[in-house]
Design a protein around this ligand. Structure first.
Ligand code: C2O
Ligand code: CU
Length: 453
C-alpha cells in the first residue's frame, strides 16, 4: 500500500539543517506466512488502573489491564495479533526484540502508517527465536502510559532445569500524563522522536513490579527445593534497575531472550528494553524481598515478595553489594554469525545538543536525520561513544547484535565517554530503528533508521 506523509519535523533548536527533509520509507512487501497457530486481539484503550490501595491512575493500556496480557506462544508458531485502536489517539504495537519481517515492526512512518482511532491493524509473525520479549506502543510517550505487556516464546528444549517460572515486569510510574502530550488525541500528531521540540522531561514518580507499588507487593508462594525461573523485563521509560533477591543468588541464564552460559550472581543491573532470565534455587526458607531499585538511589524500590517453608513474617530486604553481573560475564550459547573484520563501520557519538533537551546520534536528531545505509549480507559494526553524562540503553530493531561474546538487542552505553562496539549481520532487509530506549531521549531525537540499500 501507499505510505503516509513523513513525520512533521520537530521545531526548535536542532543542530541540523532546517531545510533537510526526512526521507520517507517503504517496507519490503512481507513474505506471506502459513495460517496462524495463535490468533489474538489486543485492544488499546483508556482505563483506570489500580496500582495499590488508594492508588489509581488514568492510563492507556491493552485489554483494560496494566500490565497488558501475557502473550505466550511456542517456538515456531505463526502468531496473528489484531491491534484494535480504541484510544483517543493514533497508535502502533512493536514486538520488542523479535526479528520479524519489517512491515510487522510497528514503527510509525517507518514500517507502517499509525493506526487511526477506531481502526485496527493485523500483525503476523513467526515466533522465533524463543525467549523473553515484550510488546509496546511505539508512538510518542504511550509506552510510559502503560501500553505494554510481556511476550514469551517458549523453547522446545530449554538448556536449564526449572520447576516453575514467573514473568516480572519492572516499570516506572507517572502520577500525571507525560508532558508535553504528543498523543493527546490529534490524529496525525502521532508523536515521533524529535517532533516534540525541546523539553520532553520525565515526570515519573515511582517504581512498580508487575503493576504494583512497593506498598502493595505481589507475593509468590513457592516451595522449598523448587528451582524458579524468573523472566525479568525492564519496561521502564527512564529507569535502570538493580535487581536482587534477599537470601539467594540468581543464576543468569538468558539475556534479551538469548541463552548464555549460566552465571551465578548476587545482583544485576538492567536498562529500559533489556530482559534477563535467572534461575533461583529455593534452599533458604524464609520470607524474602525481591527488589529492583533505581541504580542511583534506593528510594522505594519496586518490590515483590517470595516466601516458603512456613515463613509468613515481614519479608527481609536484600543488602546491596556482592557480585554484580557484568556484560563481559556473558557468553552466548547460540551460534554467532559475525566474527572477524566488518564490511562496514559506523562511528556514532551519543550526545545532547547544547543547552536544549535534544538528544543526538552523531550530531543529528530524528526524524530530521539521515538513515544509516547498509547492504544485505554485510557484517556491520557500530562503534558507539557516549559524550553525555548519562547512560543510554541503545536498542536495534530486527536484529540481534554481538557485543564481546554475547548476543543482545539492547545495550547500555555508560555516560562520560563510555564506549561500546556492536556487530551484526545484515540479514533482515527493511528499514529498522536504532534508538535509545529511554523514551524521553527517543522522543527528543535519539534515533536513526538503519536502511538496507
Ligand atoms: Cu522497545 Cu523501538 O523499541
Ligand atoms: Cu538515551
Amino acid at each position: 500500500g501507499g505510505r503516509g506523509p513523513s513525520p512533521p519535523i520537530g521545531e526548535g533548536d536542532q543542530d541540523s539543517d532546517e531545510t533537510f527533509n526526512p526521507p520517507t520509507y517503504t517496507p519490503p512487501e512481507p513474505t506471506p506466512l502459513p495460517d496462524p497457530d495463535v490468533k489474538r486481539t489486543l485492544r488499546a484503550t483508556a482505563a483506570t488502573i489500580t496500582l495499590g490501595p488508594n492508588a489509581t491512575s488514568q492510563s492507556w493500556v491493552y485489554d483494560g489491564q496494566y500490565v497488558g496480557p501475557e502473550l505466550r506462544v511456542s517456538e515456531g508458531d505463526i502468531v496473528e495479533v489484531a491491534l484494535q485502536n480504541d484510544l483517543p489517539a493514533v497508535t502502533t504495537t512493536h514486538w520488542h526484540g523479535i526479528p520479524l519481517q519489517n512491515a510487522m515492526d510497528g514503527v510509525p512512518y517507518v514500517t507502517q502508517d499509525p493506526v487511526t482511532r477506531g481502526s485496527s491493524f493485523t500483525y503476523t509473525f513467526r515466533a522465533e527465536p524463543p525467549g523473553t520479549y515484550f510488546y509496546h506502543s511505539h508512538v510518542g510517550l504511550q509506552l510510559d502510559r502503560g501500553l505494554l505487556g510481556p511476550l514469551i516464546i517458549e523453547e522446545d528444549d530449554p538448556h536449564i532445569d526449572y520447576d516453575r517460572e514467573f514473568t516480572v515486569i519492572f516499570d516506572d510510574y507517572l502520577n500525571q500524563p507525560p508532558e508535553p502530550l504528543s498523543d493527546d488525541g490529534r490524529d496525525g500528531m502521532g508523536g515521533m522522536g524529535g517532533m516534540m521540540g525541546s523539553d520532553v522531561r520525565p515526570p515519573y514518580t515511582g517504581l512498580l513490579a508487575d503493576g504494583r507499588l512497593p506498598s502493595n507487593p505481589r507475593t509468590l508462594d513457592v516451595a522449598e527445593g523448587e528451582r524458579i525461573r524468573f523472566r525479568f523485563v525492564n519496561a521502564a521509560s527512564a529507569t535502570e534497575f538493580r535487581t536482587r533477591l534477599a537470601g539467594h543468588q540468581m543464576t543468569v541464564s538468558h539475556v534479551d531472550g538469548r541463552p548464555v552460559d549460566p552465571v551465578p550472581v548476587d545482583e544485576f543491573v538492567f536498562g529500559p528494553g533489556e530482559r534477563y532470565d535467572a534461575v533461583v534455587e529455593l534452599t533458604n526458607p524464609g520470607a524474602w524481598q525481591l527488589r529492583a531499585a533505581a541504580v542511583k538511589g534506593d528510594e522505594s524500590p519496586a518490590r515483590l515478595d517470595v516466601r516458603y517453608g512456613g515463613h509468613d513474617g515481614t519479608p527481609q530486604a536484600p543488602d546491596w553489594g556482592g557480585r554484580r553481573l557484568q556484560y563481559h560475564d556473558l557468553h552466548a550459547r547460540d551460534k554467532i554469525s559475525v566474527s572477524g573484520s566488518p564490511d562496514r563501520v559506523y562511528d556514532l557519538t551519543l550526545s545532547r545538543a547544547g543547552r536544549s533537551y535534544t538528544w543526538l546520534i552523531d550530531g543529528q536528531a530524528y526524524p530530521n536525520a539521515e538513515p544509516l545505509d547498509i547492504r544485505e549480507g554485510e557484517h556491520v559494526r557500530f562503534r558507539l561513544r557516549n559524550h553525555s553524562p548519562v547512560t543510554h540503553p541503545m536498542h536495534l530493531h530486527g536484529h540481534f547484535f554481538r557485543v564481546g561474546d554475547a548476543l543482545m538487542d539492547t545495550i547500555r552505553v555508560p555516560g562520560h565517554m563510555g564506549q561500546v562496539s556492536l556487530d551484526f549481520r545484515a540479514d533482515n532487509p527493511g528499514n529498522w530503528l536504532f534508538h535509545c530506549h529511554n523514551l524521553y531521549h527517543l522522543e527528543s531525537g535519539m534515533a536513526r533508521v538503519i536502511r538496507y540499500v
